[in-house]
Write a protein that binds this ligand. Sequence first.
Ligand SMILES: [Zn+2]
Length: 339
Amino acid sequence: MNERYSRQVLFPGIGKEGQEKISRKHVLIIGAGALGSGNAEILARAGVGKITIVDRDYVEASNLQRQQLYTEEDVAEKLPKAAAAEKRLKAINSDVEIRAIIGDATPEMLEELVSDVNVMIDATDNFETRMAMNDAAQKYNVPWIYGACVGSFGMSFSIIPGKTPCLNCLLRTIPLQGMTCDTGGIISPTVQMVISHQTAEALKMLVEDWEAVRTSFVSFDLWRNQYSSMKMSKAKFAGCLSCGEERTYPYLDRDNMTKTTVLCGRDTVQIRPAKAGEISLEQLSAQLCSLGYKVKGNPYLLSVEMGGERMVIFQDGRALIHGTKDLTHAKTIYQRIMG
Ligand SMILES: [Zn+2]
């Protein structure tokens, strides 16, 4: 084992054997926002063999306050977060195999990705994806680590299929749905604290120290100086549709995934086309320019503007319509531009 990981190898919980395990493992991170950036950076520095990271958004100025992988240059280039993260992670540790996916973590994609990963990390900003992750983890027997934060409040829980309650079980006792949107703002230390809890758990799982994995639900408020750790062993619900005996994995049901969504804490609507498939950004750009639209782009996306309407179109035909929360209005704009 090289010098690079010497401090981690010296740590008794990991050691030489643990480091070798870490270097052979594959971690899937869903989301490359604040939680995703930090998790990915720490795990890349720790020498995880392979990291797959999925994100549907691109880098904006308001991300820089807490999304540690990104720079002003990424903002200027409007790089998709997954692409910017890949570039940065490779610069941090070239030993790690990085797979970056620009797109929505649909149930279909999750099922495809999760089958060969060792640990999955929740770094999403929406409840729907989280619940789909929960079902995929149960179905393919993959441990994963829930994490969420708003303002100065954060929480985390480690889920091991067959052992701990799942996220769907927890919903019966903890109202987690409200913890998805950062409309009230957020401070970076909250994010870092959740990342610390998630990555510490991930390292335990990667070295297979299952005894050390936290079984309690941890939550804290850094501004109010409150810390709590709740025992969850009794929360496992036999009738749970995600992990119980009569499980149906309801959140992997594709019909449950909406095609049009208002993005978390922003005046932005995401529209996914009914049929997924690559579009030619070059062709679309030429077309829109001739119609008088102001178009700027990079190899991954087009940024389109006219008369106060602003949208970003990705290669998979997915679009983010800015400046609105009205789904019908967003659809009208989308149809006008995409034909
Ligand atoms: Zn359950």
